[in-house]
Design a binder for this molecule. Structure first.
Ligand SMILES: [Zn+2]
Length: 288
């Protein structure tokens, strides 16, 4: 088929597709753009349905992965995604965890090996627009960093250059989120204190002192996509990942406030074969 527009996003875990691209996925599906989701890991180190963390004795990574696979299928249906490809790597856990070194983990997989698999998918789909994370994986998670590296390596192997976007959040919006998280943290400490529990503020800076700067200066945003009209579907896609995000601030907002607040998804351009200038309102700018 000629002129078929195709969007391909490479995400690290089940639920990332909903949180960072749920709006554009649903928007493109509504527009007749073909949408392809590549999810790199099975998310073994997520929470169990009962909220148990991966360091708990009763936490079974394979059970968590099986549950998250079902949740991902539900989110994919909500977002109208045409094709889901699971690369099936094992969740690498957070930076410094021993699971980083599991030979089955995404982090331990040679970039060239995973990139060749992704290249074959891209060669078949020929997406004009590819989305993944920046070189720090937006917030430093090893699987997100690896998704970046593998995607850039795969793109370099193609016989054409797609427009690659990284998801981001403008600094001005990050400041609002941070304020909200700090408020929630203060409330938690007050609640604990009322129950006789002495707790401390959770340090945001990792112990190795490497601070990751999340977000992008507002003036450097290359694409701001209005997803207000599909925000309800984005909410449903997030809600489909119940085991991971039932306690998240998105769900606490409730649908009405979520739709009101989550109006935009932001991106920066990593490649620019169409010579776009400035901030566009469509990831397919230059192709339509
Ligand atoms: Zn993730």
């Amino acid at each position: 088929m000629t002129n078929q527009l195709t969007f391909l996003a490479v995400h690290a875990h089940p639920d990332d597709e909903a949180s960072s691209t749920g709006g554009v996925f649903r928007l493109f599906a509504n527009q007749g753009v073909r949408t392809v989701l590549v999810t790199c890991t099975n998310g073994e180190h997520g929470d169990t349905m009962e909220g148990l963390k991966p360091d708990h004795d009763s936490h079974d990574g394979d059970d968590v992965a099986a549950m998250r696979a079902v949740e991902l299928d539900a989110a994919v249906a909500v977002l109208g995604i045409d094709r889901l490809i699971r690369l099936g790597y094992r969740d690498s856990g957070m930076k410094g965890w021993p699971q980083n070194d599991d030979p089955r983990s995404f982090w331990s997989t040679p970039i060239a090996v995973a990139a060749e698999r992704l290249r074959a998918i891209m060669a078949e789909e020929r997406p004009q627009v590819v989305m993944t994370y920046n070189e720090v994986g937006f917030y430093g998670h090893p699987d997100h960093i690896q998704a970046h590296r593998v995607t850039m390596a795969a793109v370099a192997l193609l016989d054409y250059e797609p427009t690659v976007y990284f998801n981001t959040i403008p600094d001005s919006v990050m400041a609002i989120y941070r304020e909200r998280w700090e408020q929630e943290e203060r409330e938690r400490i007050e609640r604990d204190a009322a129950n006789g529990i002495v707790s401390e503020l959770v340090e945001e800076t990792p112990s190795d002192g490497e601070e990751i700067k999340m977000g992008t200066p507002d003036a450097e945003i290359d694409a701001a996509i209005d997803v207000h009209g599909v925000a309800s579907a984005k909410y449903d896609a997030l809600a489909a990942h119940h085991s991971q995000i039932a306690d998240s601030f998105w769900m606490k907002m409730g649908r009405e406030q979520f739709i009101e607040v989550m109006r935009t998804e932001w991106f920066v351009r990593a490649t620019n074969p169409r010579g776009l200038v400035g901030c566009v309102d469509d990831l397919f700018a230059g192709y339509r």
